[in-house]
Design a protein around this ligand. Structure first.
Ligand code: PLP
Length: 399
């Protein structure tokens, strides 16, 4: 009989968004005349930019003509897109080689798939709270996980504890769900810790485009030495509304060395290339043309306009927290506002309270780790009118 992977028995039930949907639908059935405003999901609401859509149209036309039709493309992505990504990194002062960039269908797949490269015997350090994919994928592999605590005391930016050794470290900055973003000095400490411990940092920068503070790093490679210890994952999902179109990119520097159990040096870049060539057949040509258009001058201007729209909503939410004296992080360099549940409620109690009293849907912090039990996430992914109305209702039920 086929023996299944028993590590799956260790996974916690992932019921966050299904439970949210269930409670919202029950509320709507009970009170069909009440309007519900959703500030819960982490999905974009604005359509793709004009430049991106035009690029998709022309690529589709190319696919329909014998002389420009394309079949299988390079597993690592077309050079035109890898070069555009290199250009994007250059705008932060980071120099990369084209063959350090791997195009994929998004950061979720890559942050999960990268676990293929590491032995089961590694200790993995993961912040709590954080995007749940890191915990679940390592649990599926049966790795030992140590959590580092994000709390109000450290502004949800846990720092390395030198008394604990880790081999693999996940960092998400700006963070989902807390919106907190590491500064240069803090990332310097993480890079130093990784180099001292011969560890690899898996740096998720999916929200880098929301960083508005010019002093904050967009990429871990802005920190010297990171090219020897960090892999970086990024995505066009939030940068340019690609959540449904699907395109991301992962940077695996050639300078990172890993070792086999018997001490032989291995290149992580070569391993990832081998992994992708074996298990992945690339992102559709049409999507890669659309992605390259994001990095054009016009495409970037459109992406920035979308981000500015969301950040206006984030400010409306953050201003409300300030006025009501509620402790929160995020909202400045991130589309997420993470706040302490009022009245000492836990996050599911507050979810029900906000839905019942205000008809506003958010995300209970408990879904991102135990440290989120008394915290709550609202997102800027909606239109301005709804955000203003949601915050008007929020004030009225909390004042
Ligand atoms: N990383 C983080 C921190 C996220 O919050 C998300 C999506 O919400 C992703 C990665 C997934 O991105 P993608 O759509 O590129 O798979």
């Amino acid at each position: 009989m086929a023996k299944f992977n028993e590590n799956f028995l260790e996974l916690k039930e992932s019921y966050l968004f299904s439970e949210v949907a269930k409670r919202v639908s029950a509320f709507q059935q009970k009170e069909p005349d009440r309007s519900v405003i959703r500030l819960g999901i982490g999905d974009v609401t604005l359509p793709l930019g004009k430049t991106v859509v035009q690029a998709m149209h022309s690529a589709a036309d190319e696919m329909g003509k014998a002389e420009s039709f394309r079949g299988y493309g390079p597993e690592q992505g077309y050079d035109f897109l890898r070069e555009a990504v290199v250009g994007h990194y250059r705008s932060f002062g980071v120099e990369l080689d084209t063959d350090e960039i791997f195009v994929s269908d998004g950061a979720k797949s890559d942050t999960g798939n990268i676990t293929d490269l590491f032995s089961k015997d590694n200790t993995v350090m993961i912040p709590n709270p954080v995007y749940p994919v890191y915990v679940d994928t390592n649990t599926m592999n049966g790795r030992n996980i140590v959590f580092i605590n994000g709390t109000a005391e450290n502004d949800f930016l846990p720092m390395p504890d030198k008394s604990i050794h880790a081999d693999i470290i996940y960092i998400c900055s700006p963070n989902n769900p807390t919106g907190a973003c590491y500064n240069r000095e803090q990332l310097r400490e993480w890079v130093d810790y990784a180099l001292e411990n011969d560890a690899v940092i898996l740096f998720d920068s999916a929200y880098e485009c929301f960083i508005s503070d010019s002093g904050l790093p967009h990429s871990i490679y802005e920190i010297e030495g990171a090219e020897k210890c960090a892999v970086e994952f990024c995505s066009l999902s939030k940068t340019a509304g690609f959540t449904g179109t699907r395109c991301g990119y992962t940077v695996v520097p050639k300078a990172i060395k890993s070792v086999s159990g018997d001490g032989r040096a291995m290149s992580l870049n070569k391993m990832w290339n081998r992994r992708q060539c074996t298990k992945f057949n690339g992102v559709p040509y049409i999507v890669q043309r659309a992605a390259a258009a994001v990095f054009s001058e016009a495409g970037m201007a459109e992406a920035k306009a979308m981000i500015a729209h969301y950040m206006e909503n984030a400010k409306i939410i953050a201003d409300t927290m300030n006025d009501l004296g509620i402790r929160y992080t995020g909202g400045i360099n991130s589309p997420y506002i993470w706040f302490e549940c009022p009245f000492g409620m836990d996050s599911w109690q507050f979810f029900d309270f906000l839905l019942e009293k205000a008809g506003v849907v958010g995300t209970p912090g408990a879904g991102f780790g135990e440290n989120g039990d008394k915290w709550f996430r609202l997102t800027a992914f909606n239109n301005k009118e709804n955000t203003i109305e949601a915050m008007k209702r929020f004030r009225s039920v909390l004042q």
